[in-house]
Design a protein around this ligand. Structure first.
Ligand SMILES: [Zn+2]
Length: 94
């Protein structure tokens, strides 16, 4: 999905990104966070130069963290979800 960026539909863009990020995340907050932060960053990237500050402020209100670093999985944890591989619902663990 790609709604054209415009300042008038910014909140719709943000809501859409959050819904999209939540889809298929199951119980994983880690996965949701990684997806939603990526979506926020891509909204900001699409904002025209003149509207970046305003857009970033709106995104920060929703929890955007420009310093966000994707989660690094520990021993026995899924790198996608941060859930122990035995319980992880992502489907990548045979
Ligand atoms: Zn997994």
């Amino acid at each position: 999905m790609s709604i054209m960026y415009s300042r008038t539909n910014l909140s719709a863009l943000i809501e859409g990104a959050e819904k999209e990020a939540a889809r298929g995340c199951g119980q994983s907050d880690v996965l949701y966070e990684a997806r939603v932060q990526g979506a926020y960053a891509s909204i900001l990237n699409r904002a025209p130069e003149a509207e970046r500050a305003e857009t970033e402020a709106a995104l920060r209100k929703r929890g955007f963290d420009p310093e966000f670093v994707p989660y690094e999985a520990g021993e026995g944890e899924c790198s996608l979800t941060g859930i122990e591989v035995d319980c992880c619902p992502c489907g990548q663990h045979p």
